[in-house]
Design a protein. Structure first.
Lengths: 154, 443
């Protein structure tokens, strides 16, 4: 039994029904494996008493789960209405320029993935950018080179 | 600033900064309402909530007390009663629940305990959107502190979502919490009778629950005197878009859009003109600028053809191309449609496709009519409000700004060119369908 398996079972024990723990379980597995590999899905399924296909069906529904490899760092740039009105398009373009990739892609060295995102809930001071699940706001195009430099160094 | 004279209730004590530590919250009078509710007992506590006539702050505006009264009484329930707090805030334009959790997490916890007592709940769950990692940490820390101080008698579990707008819909939220894909259930039965794990469940938004301690402190009747008839109390308005000082402002219901936008928000930069207002998040139909003096309460906004929803006010100035804005909103609903029911799954895609053709100047006048027809075929025919939101919002852009849609068709492109504030905006669906969308066969 791996540490992950025991960790998932411990989380499942906090819920009235173990299957409720599928989101935290998938999150733990993703942290462990980097993305949800077939092995990760099998491990989650066996810890929760369900099937890998079921876990894959859940994972594919939610944006924060990755069934394919992603970069070590994840940049999500909100481009929804409020941020769009205050220049999200230019912020996204600045990241593309700085990283040399298009939104939806990962840098060739596997370090950084860039995505455009739906509303992140920081509309009052856009553009909102989530980097490895931590928000930065407001981000202006001129802030982008320093952010990318920081991620490349870190 | 005008807001100083208004009562601050939900964010009380946090005017100067976050009120996160238990000690500070108690010094500001925190958890006294819980003590009061325990003395009142469940029946009298629920009665106060009913008298306060608090309408749900999540979007639908249903009265909290009435919703709670659909639950079986604890003695009659055959299975445990659950309280679920909806912290899956994902409506474009809404960021108030995030602020409440960050600034007054204990008020939410206190509200949960009072509401749980009032309905006889056995367990409570807070479903917080996955992206709110910092807020999850703030709330978890506050909860640990409250538990250690023995303030939590009904257990609370904070559950993180994983990125799906639809999980803010209450039955989709329950499905997700049960470990399933977040797809809405067919109603009835309503969650009050058949909710989480088929048990009676009350689901309320963060702000609604965070209102409860002040309701108990002031008393239901006194609370109901704040605000206006049928929209009692204060509201945390999320202000964003083309405004100098975006942010959350707690104001009584009945305040005008003008006061919020100009007095609190400092108006629009560089003297630019107001073009339109989205009153309650992207789901609510857009209002033209001449509605700026409208009262921000449920009934007034509804009479004007929209709804107050989550009180998320998005300001749009004269630089915005309304076709681009409608398209971006349409892309959002298409991206977030769960695919369970046909009108939404097909309709959101058709709406996006036609809007894209119009925006690119490739559409005909007949296709503008087709857009209205598709919206009509979605409206009122879906399992949940997502399809309706798309259809109603998009139809409102066409209704109020039809000339801009027609100009795109006649000029074969955007009349604003590169000068629109939304020029070049993209969305996640562009990444998913890159190279395919935009090359749809002629309709």
């Amino acid at each position: 039994m791996t540490g992950l398996f025991a960790e998932i079972q411990a989380v499942a024990g906090r819920y009235p029904e173990p299957k409720s723990a599928v989101l935290p379980a998938l999150r733990l597995a993703q942290e462990h494996y980097g993305h949800l590999t077939p092995e990760a899905l099998r491990e989650v399924a066996s810890a929760l008493g369900t099937t890998p296909a079921y876990c894959r069906g859940i994972a594919s529904f939610y944006d924060m789960f990755h069934l394919a490899p992603v970069g070590e760092h994840m940049i999500d740039v909100c481009t929804n209405a409020s941020c769009a009105l205050v220049g999200a398009a230019q912020v996204l373009e600045a990241f593309e320029r700085e990283l040399g990739i298009r939104a939806g892609e990962t840098t060739p060295d596997g370090r950084i993935t860039l995505r455009s995102a739906e509303c992140l809930g920081g509309c009052g001071s856009g553009t909102v950018v989530s980097i490895d699940e931590r928000y930065r706001q407001p981000v202006k195009p001129e802030d982008v080179p320093a952010i990318v430099e920081e991620l490349r160094r870190g | 600033m005008a807001k100083a004279k208004h009562p601050i209730l939900v964010l009380a004590g946090a005017e100067q900064g976050d009120l996160r530590a238990l000690e500070d919250y108690r010094r500001a009078g925190g958890y006294a309402s819980l003590e009061k509710a325990r003395k009142l007992g469940p029946g009298a506590t629920l009665e106060q909530i009913k008298q306060a006539a608090v309408r749900g702050r999540g979007g639908a505006g249903f009265q909290m007390g009435q919703k709670a009264s659909f639950l079986p009484s604890p003695g009659q329930a055959k299975s445990p009663i659950y309280l679920v707090v909806n912290a899956d805030e994902s409506e474009p334009g809404a960021f108030k629940d995030r602020e409440i959790i960050n600034r007054v997490p204990h008020r939410l916890i206190e509200g949960i305990q009072i509401a749980a007592l009032a309905i006889g709940a056995e367990r409570c769950f807070v479903y917080i959107r996955g992206e709110y990692l910092s807020e999850y940490e703030v709330l978890s820390a506050a909860l640990a502190e409250a538990e250690a101080a023995k303030l939590v008698s009904v257990p609370i579990l904070v559950h993180r979502g994983a990125g799906a707008y639809i999980c803010g819909e209450e039955t989709a939220l329950l499905e997700s919490l049960e470990g399933k894909r977040g797809q809405p259930r067919s109603k009835p039965p309503f969650p009050a009778l058949v909710g989480l794990y088929n048990s009676p469940t009350l689901i309320n938004n963060v702000e609604t629950i965070a209102t409860v301690p002040k309701v108990i402190e002031l008393g239901g009747e006194a609370y109901a005197k704040i605000g206006v008839k049928d929209s009692t109390g204060t509201r945390v308005f999320s202000l964003s878009g083309d405004v100098v000082r975006g942010g959350n402002y707690e104001l009584p219901h009945g305040t005008s859009f003008r006061e919020l936008i100009y007095d609190c928000g400092g108006g629009i930069a560089a003297g630019r003109k107001l073009k339109a207002i989205i009153p309650g998040g992207s789901s609510s139909p857009v209002l033209p600028a001449d509605q700026v003096d409208l009262s921000m309460d449920f009934d007034s906004v509804q009479k004007a053809g929209s709804f107050l929803g989550s009180a998320s006010v998005i300001v749009i100035d004269e630089r915005a191309c309304m076709v681009q804005l409608a398209l971006r909103i349409g892309q959002f609903y298409m991206n977030e449609s769960c695919g369970k029911c046909t009108p939404c799954r097909e309709g959101t895609r058709w709406i996006e496709m036609i809007l894209r053709k119009i925006e690119q100047g490739r559409a005909s006048h007949a296709e503008l009519d087709l857009l209205a027809d598709v919206c009509d075929r979605v409206l009122g025919k879906c399992l949940c409000a997502l399809g309706d939101s798309d259809a109603m919002a998009v139809a409102s852009y066409v209704k109020h700004f039809r000339a801009e849609f027609e100009a795109h068709i006649e000029q074969g492109g955007c009349p604003y060119g590169d000068t629109s504030s939304l020029a070049g905006v993209r969305s996640p669906v562009d990444e998913i369908y890159r190279g395919r969308i935009g090359q749809e066969a002629a309709l």
